[in-house]
Design a protein around this ligand. Structure first.
Ligand SMILES: NC(=O)c1ccc[n+]([C@@H]2O[C@H](COP(=O)([O-])OP(=O)(O)OC[C@H]3O[C@@H](n4cnc5c(N)ncnc54)[C@H](O)[C@@H]3O)[C@@H](O)[C@H]2O)c1
Ligand SMILES: O=C(O)C[C@H](O)C(=O)O
Length: 310
């Protein structure tokens, strides 16, 4: 199993590290445009191998796509992260050009690969990758919901005073400060709905804290987060590599599902060796349905900027 990660920055390197630690891939290629950067990150990570007990071979290359040839899975993390006070959507001007070039270069050398898009604004970058590569929809996956759901579980556990392992929940919709739809109606503690334990007011606070999860960290760190994003990407890569048939909310091209068409946005999917094996139709409350529609309007507005930017 060969995995390429484009962008050896904070998220790309964290993702490569988690993939290596889980030890399911034979090879990870890190590629960056900055001279020597990916080579340095790969060498540093390889020097963790004997300490952390993994056999995954990590190599780094400077913009040489021939070294990524025949990758089973390619992850795109290249692009700029936001600074405090910015929205993800403001990154489109620089990141659209990067994602377009990177996705077409990857497909040229790995025509059968499965692409995972991470660069922001992620739903629009996933849509752009579709347009740029024309890959079948099961082979282009946007990562956002897996991370947002992890943050939702963190906030739910905090509110409940419970260990995170007691808690389950999922966030669908656009990966943006206003577009995320935390599914409080489905969230549980050991299969009991969290609404049995938390007031509506406290649940609303959990929802709002989840939606601004990325912005909160960006304010604290001065740049956006990388540990949980890297772990979330590695989870998707592992589910595909090991044909786990696990359910994650991912950004995928919708063709009528959830009443939406010609848009990439987060919905629950089953991930296995073919990438997106199926889209799962989850019943939503009226409020969640309405929020999903306004979330989609927001993503469409950003998609509209692609014609200007690319
Ligand atoms: N979808 C998500 O949930 C999620 C989570 C975290 C970060 N992100 C996004 O991921 C992106 C990366 O974040 P980061 O914190 O790792 O940033 P970073 O600045 O640490 O790393 C980005 C790397 O991309 C490289 N790069 C730029 N253009 C390139 C190109 N054309 N080819 C190859 N490499 C190129 C840069 O040299 C840099 O090393 C940002 O857009 C950020 O907003 C998304
Ligand atoms: O917040 C960001 O800009 C990065 C990423 O989308 C995140 O949610 O951590």
């Amino acid at each position: 199993m060969k995995v390429t990660v484009v962008g050896a920055g904070a998220v790309g390197a964290s993702c490569a590290e988690y993939i290596a630690i889980k030890d399911f891939a034979s090879e990870v290629v890190l590629l960056d445009i900055k001279e020597g950067y990916a080579e340095g990150k790969a060498m540093d990570l390889m020097q963790c191998a004997s300490l952390n007990g993994f056999d995954t071979k990590i190599t780094g290359v400077t913009n040489d796509y021939s070294k990524t040839a025949n990758s089973d899975i390619c992850v795109i993390t290249s692009g700029i992260p936001r600074k405090p006070g910015m929205t993800r959507e403001e990154l489109i001007g620089i990141n659209a050009g990067i994602v377009k070039t990177v996705s077409t270069s990857l497909i040229e050398h790995s025509p059968n690969t499965i692409l995972i898009v991470v660069s922001n604004p992620m739903d629009t970058m996933t849509y752009l990758a579709h347009k740029a590569t024309n890959l079948p929809k099961n082979r282009i996956i946007g990562m956002g919901g897996a991370l947002d759901s992890a943050r939702f579980k963190y906030r739910l556990a905090e509110a409940l005073g419970a260990p995170i392992s007691d808690v389950d929940g999922m966030v669908i919709g656009g990966h943006s400060d206003v577009g995320m739809v935390p599914l409080t109606s489905h969230a549980t503690r050991n299969s009991v709905r969290v609404s049995e334990f938390l007031s509506e007011e406290r649940l609303n606070q959990v929802k709002e804290d989840t939606k601004v999860g990325g912005a909160t960290l960006t304010k604290l760190l001065g740049t956006s987060a990388w540990y949980a994003p890297g772990a979330a990407v590695s989870g998707l890569v592992q589910a595909i590599a090991c044909d786990q048939k696990k359910m994650f909310p991912c950004s995928t091209l919708l063709e009528g599902e959830y009443g939406l068409n010609d848009i990439c946005i987060g919905v629950p999917v089953i991930l296995g060796k073919n990438g997106i094996e199926s889209i799962v139709d989850v019943p939503l409350s009226d409020a969640e349905k309405a929020h999903m529609q306004t979330s989609a309007e927001g993503v469409r507005k950003t998609n509209g900027l692609l014609e200007v930017e690319v």
